[in-house]
Design a protein around this ligand. Structure first.
Ligand code: PMP
Length: 404
């Protein structure tokens, strides 16, 4: 039983008003709000446990370490990784992808080698590869996107060459809401002996992900997009790859022994975790994952699918509405243009009505260019949104449409 009012009561911020109007928060793709239990778990640790992890023999340090490693186990279970050695804590999806581009690139790529990305990638999954291109002379090959906002899978097949070393694509587009057929992409790549990195920033908050079932080689996501704190994210990587990759940063935690002649590195996952980790955020993330797990990822998915369908139907009744991204497999994101009103104007007027949406290029400029738009208005839904809130959005958009 999905008790939406009870769920909403877990998120104090949803009770606030902006400009004297009840907040309608539709910017979940950028970041989600936090349930009370997440914030409380973090302050509880600060107040009662706080000590640096992995280093001390004293009581608090041992307890903090247990919480931290317990959080890693919670993440492992959440995405069904084989072992906690495959779960690396990072600052977020961006850092996770940078780590792979940097370390995989260092170990396995040389001049003339190729990475396949797609036209719908977030800048976080383009720029790290471009930096590698500058350093090592590798090349980016790009899977085009169809008018409906789906990946052109026939084109993907043609992009493979003997120089292809890795494929890196998003599971769900943060602009179009398209759910990509990543299982099929991974199968195709593996048939060419090429590993696959998946950007899971927009998938993990919305449906269950099983990295073993997908057979993903790397999978990244951010804590703050899944009702957890900022400053923490995850990189899942198969041990067979992580073992053969050099460390990302040097410092404490990631070493076994240091001398000026030679340094040896710690075992996985610590080899990739230099410095004091954000162990408080890790606790918050684990609490957030427990929270969504208790609600049920399948229930969250069903609720948000219903919201998305309702939003698509209702938005289409507005004059001048152009929805960008009409893929069959579509998740909790709806992007649109309202006639030729600039997205920024739409967003500003909706804001005055208490409705938070995102406007602009959504860190996906190449995709905007391919659709020939300067940006879009994006409403993205979370587990606490309601159809009544969509009605408020639709009413607001009718007003904006009339004004222009
Ligand atoms: N990839 C996608 C698809 C995203 O939507 C985002 C965040 N908008 C990112 C990567 C980057 O995530 P973060 O800023 O948390 O590192």
């Amino acid at each position: 039983m999905y008790d939406i009012q009870k769920i909403r009561a877990d998120f104090p911020i949803l009770g606030r008003e902006v400009y004297g109007k009840p907040l309608v928060y539709f910017d979940n793709g950028a970041t989600t709000q936090k349930p009370r239990c997440v914030v409380e778990a973090m302050s509880e640790e600060y107040y009662n446990v706080n000590a640096n992890v992995h280093r001390g023999v004293h009581f608090l340090s041992t307890q903090a370490t247990e919480l931290h490693e317990g959080a890693r186990e919670t993440v492992r279970r959440f995405i069904n990784a084989r072992s906690t050695a495959e779960i690396i804590f990072t600052r977020g999806t961006t850092e996770s992808i940078n780590l792979v581009a940097s370390c995989f690139g260092e170990a396995f790529m040389s001049e003339g080698d190729e990475v396949i990305v797609s036209e719908m990638e977030h800048h976080s999954n383009i720029v790290p590869w471009q930096l590698l291109a500058e350093r090592k002379g590798i090349r980016l090959r790009v899977i085009p996107v169809t008018d409906a906002g789906e990946l052109d899978m026939d084109a993907l097949e043609r992009l493979f060459s003997e120089r292809t070393k890795i494929v890196s694509v998003t599971h769900v587009s943060n602009v179009l809401g398209t759910v990509n057929p990543v299982r099929r992409i991974i199968e195709t790549a593996h048939a060419h002996n090429v590993p696959v990195m998946i950007d899971g920033a927009q998938s993990t908050p919305h449906f269950a992900v099983d990295v073993q079932e997908l057979d993903a080689d790397f999978y990244a996501f951010s804590g703050h997009k899944i009702y957890g704190p900022t400053g923490i994210g995850v990189l899942y990587g198969k041990e067979q790859w992580l073992d053969r990759m050099p460390p990302y940063m040097g410092g404490g935690e990631m070493i076994q022994s240091v001398s000026f002649e030679s340094t040896t590195f710690n075992e996985l996952p610590f080899k990739f975790e230099a410095g004091t980790p954000d162990y408080i955020a890790a606790t918050g993330l684990a609490r957030a994952l427990d929270y969504v797990t208790a609600l049920g990822m399948d229930q969250i998915f069903a609720h948000e699918q219903q919201l998305t369908r309702y939003a698509m139907e209702q938005l289409q009744t507005i004059d001048g509405m152009r929805i960008i991204g009409t893929a069959t497999e579509h998740d909790a994101v709806v992007s649109f243009m309202l006639g030729d009103v600039h997205p920024l104007d739409v967003g500003t007027l909706l804001d005055r009505l208490g409705i938070a949406v995102r406007t602009g290029h959504h860190c996906a400029e190449p995709l905007m260019r391919s659709f020939g738009v300067p940006g879009t208005v994006r409403a993205s839904f979370g587990l606490y949104n309601t159809t009544e809130e969509i009605d408020i959005l639709v009413k607001g958009l009718r007003r904006v449409s009339q004004m222009f």
